[in-house]
Write a protein that binds this ligand. Structure first.
Ligand SMILES: [Zn+2]
Length: 315
C-alpha cells in the first residue's frame, strides 16, 4: 500500500485571469502557466491505481504553526483573502477565499504525510512543495512554505530531532533555505538549474547548481555524489522531498534535459539512498509546467508510484 494524503480543497478553481509569470519575472500578463486542475488529475490517476493506494485526509495547519514560520501579518492577509497586489503579483495569482483555504490545508497535508512516512516508510502529499514562499510574502506560485512549516512543527512537537529537506525541483528552494537558515535541526539540499528562477539564490545547507541542458546520466551521478555524503553527515530522522518534475526536458519553465526515464531513475535513486540508511520519506508534488496538464500529472504520479514501490515494496 502506498499512503497518499489528499484533500478535496486541493482542487481549487482558477482564481480569475492569470497575472504575470513570477517564475520568469515577466511583468506582462502571460498565459496561465499554473495548472489549477493539476491536483485533480493527480487524484484521478492515483484513484485508477485502486487498492494500491491508501487515502488520508489532512486538517488545516494550525495558525500557530503557520505563524512559527511566516510573518503573522502575512498569514492574516492570506487567511482573510486580502493579500495586497504587490504580493499577489509575486505569487502569480490572486488569493481568493478558496485559494486561502487550500494554502492552509496543504502544509497540514505535508505534516500528515511526514507522520505516515514515519509509520510506513513512505507517504506522499498530492500537493505542496511550495519552496519559494518567504517570511512575509509568497512567490513563484507558492503561498505558504509547507516544507518549512511541516519541518518546524515536527521538530517542535518532538516527533523527530533532525529533518533534511531534499529539493529536486528545477528551481532553487530559496524560500525554504532562507526560512530555515541557521537552524541546526533542519538541513536543506537543493539541486537545480543554476540560470533559472530565482535570479538571486538563497543559501541552502548544500546547493548543487547545474548547467543548462544537464541530462539523465550527469544529473543522477551528481545527485548521488552530493546527496549521499550530506545524508551521512546530517543523519536525518526524516526527509521531506520536493519531487518537482520540472527538470523534465519538455517543461516550459525548466532548463534541464531529463527524460521521463531520467525522472524515474532520479526517484529510484532517492529511494535507494534513503532505504539503505533507514530514512523515511514524505514527498510533495512541486513544480511541473506546460500546456498538457494530463502529461504533467502523469509525471507527478510516476514520481509518487516510483517512490512508493521502491520504498515500501508495494506492488
Ligand atoms: Zn519549479
Amino acid at each position: 500500500m502506498i499512503h497518499v494524503v489528499h484533500h478535496p480543497d486541493y482542487v481549487a478553481d482558477a482564481p480569475g485571469a492569470p497575472q504575470s509569470n513570477p517564475l520568469r519575472g515577466n511583468p506582462a500578463p502571460a498565459r496561465s502557466t499554473y495548472q489549477w486542475n493539476k491536483n485533480g488529475l493527480i487524484r484521478d490517476l492515483l484513484r485508477a491505481e485502486g487498492d494500491r493506494i491508501a487515502w488520508h485526509r489532512p486538517d488545516p495547519m494550525p495558525l500557530a504553526a503557520l505563524e512559527a514560520v511566516h510573518d503573522p501579518d502575512y498569514v492574516a492577509e492570506v487567511l482573510e483573502a486580502r493579500v495586497p497586489p504587490a504580493k499577489t503579483r509575486r505569487i502569480g495569482f490572486p488569493i481568493t477565499p478558496a485559494v486561502a483555504r487550500r494554502a492552509a490545508i496543504v502544509p497540514g497535508g505535508t505534516w500528515l504525510a511526514a507522520h505516515l512516512a514515519l509509520k510506513h516508510g513512505f507517504a506522499a502529499n498530492t500537493a505542496g512543495g511550495s519552496h519559494h514562499a518567504l517570511h512575509d510574502t509568497g512567490a513563484g506560485y507558492c503561498v505558504f512554505n509547507d516544507l518549512a512549516i511541516a519541518a518546524v512543527r515536527l521538530i517542535e512537537e518532538a516527533t523527530v530531532a533532525t529533518v533534511l529537506i531534499v529539493d529536486c525541483d528545477v528551481h532553487q528552494g530559496d524560500g525554504t533555505a532562507s526560512l530555515l537558515a541557521g537552524r541546526i535541526d533542519i538541513a536543506t539540499y537543493s539541486i537545480h538549474a543554476d540560470k533559472n528562477f530565482p535570479a538571486r539564490k538563497a543559501r541552502s545547507t548544500l546547493d548543487v547548481p547545474l548547467a543548462d541542458g544537464t541530462g539523465d546520466d550527469a544529473y543522477c551521478a551528481t545527485l548521488e555524489r552530493t546527496l549521499a555524503p550530506l545524508l551521512d553527515a546530517v543523519k536525518p530522522d526524516l526527509v521531506l522531498y520536493q519531487a518537482g518534475v520540472d527538470p523534465f526536458a519538455g517543461d516550459r519553465l525548466g532548463r534541464l534535459s531529463l527524460t521521463l526515464d531520467g525522472l524515474i531513475r532520479r526517484d529510484r535513486l532517492i529511494a535507494r539512498l534513503m532505504t539503505s540508511r533507514g530514512i523515511p520519506v514524505a514527498s510533495t508534488v512541486g513544480g511541473g509546467y506546460g500546456n498538457d496538464a494530463l502529461a504533467i500529472a502523469q509525471r507527478h504520479v510516476a514520481a509518487i508510484l516510483t517512490l512508493g514501490a521502491a520504498m515500501t515494496g508495494a506492488p
